[in-house]
Design a protein around this ligand. Structure first.
Ligand SMILES: Nc1ncnc2c1ncn2[C@@H]1O[C@H](COP(=O)(O)OP(=O)(O)OP(=O)(O)O)[C@@H](O)[C@H]1O
Ligand SMILES: [Mg+2]
Length: 260
């Protein structure tokens, strides 16, 4: 089987403005994601997790390196548009990612409309079905984001991604701003979507307990590099890199060998 998404030798430098220095956010990163896989990316703040995720969908562009989608190099704007038919990115902050002046239905249906899929009535039906798929009501389409809680808004963000039938969703810290009980609901929803729709997930988090619960495989990032990658089981049982060992030692006692 071919990887759905592959990136090799990714370097990203941000040029410093004024007195600030240049930052090397990624220093030669490789990542490969098979169809239907759930992959975790963990690492401390500033290690490059978001930069890498954003490069994988073309929100940012690498200074050096290659992204391949279905074994084809992604280079032109048209290639990136094709990639985004398969791969959707969900932002950390649902407050920022939903336009306040658009109804939830408009936000969710936007992608379909841009692609010119279906009639207006068919799109409304799909919007309702997708809202129900993420545990909301079809009638919520008429409301504005302001009336929803953080967890509900993150469900709306998921609906907006899922309506496009992606093969992979990249979730960048999507539960970190939420209460623990709401986090668990969203994680369970992701597991269910994976089981029922076969959607692959890249789950970015600084919380090892969360990635352990969800992911088949984990990449550990440290200072712009992937320092270790292994199946979740092996990574927890036999961490190889010093930084991974450090991360595991920070998981509160009793949780390192149990679930969430
Ligand atoms: N637009 C930007 N301009 C300048 N520097 C940036 C920009 N985006 C990211 N960086 C820098 O790149 C490095 C990696 O940042 P990134 O946001 O990818 O880390 P992260 O692992 O996602 O961190 P966090 O866990 O806090 O979300 C950091 O040093 C950050 O300050
Ligand atoms: Mg980040």
């Amino acid at each position: 089987m071919k990887p759905l998404l592959e990136a090799t030798g990714i370097v990203k430098e941000f040029r410093g403005r004024g007195r600030s220095l240049d930052v090397v956010a990624l220093d030669g990163v490789d990542i490969s994601i098979m169809p239907g896989e759930i992959v975790g990316i963990v690492g401390e703040s500033g290690s490059g997790k978001s930069t890498l995720s954003r490069i994988l969908v073309g929100i940012e562009h690498a200074t050096k390196g290659v992204v391949k989608h279905n074994d084809e190099v992604v280079a032109s704007p048209a290639d990136w548009r094709t990639l985004r038919l398969d791969i959707q990115y969900i932002f950390q902050d649902p407050y920022l990612s939903l336009a306040p002046h658009m109804t939830v239905g408009q936000s969710i249906g936007d992608g379909l409309e841009i692609r010119g899929e279906g009639t207006s009535a068919e799109r409304s039906k799909r919007i309702g079905e997708t809202l129900e798929m993420v545990g909301l009501k079809a009638s919520d389409a008429q409301s504005y984001p302001a009336v929803f809680s953080g967890g509900q808004r993150q469900r709306i963000s998921l609906a907006r991604a899922l309506i496009l039938n992606p093969k992979l969703i990249i979730c960048d810290e999507i539960v970190s701003g939420l209460d623990v009980s709401v986090q668990a609901q969203i994680l369970n929803l992701l597991v269910e979507l994976h089981r029922n729709q076969g959607v692959g997930i890249v789950f970015v988090s600084h919380d090892l307990r969360v990635v352990k619960y969800l992911c088949d495989r984990i990449l550990v990032m440290h200072r712009g590099l992937v320092v270790e990658t292994n199946t979740t089981e092996n990574l927890f049982a036999h961490p190889q890199h010093e930084y991974t060992q450090h991360l595991l030692s920070c998981v509160p006692a009793g949780l390192s060998s149990s679930g969430i």
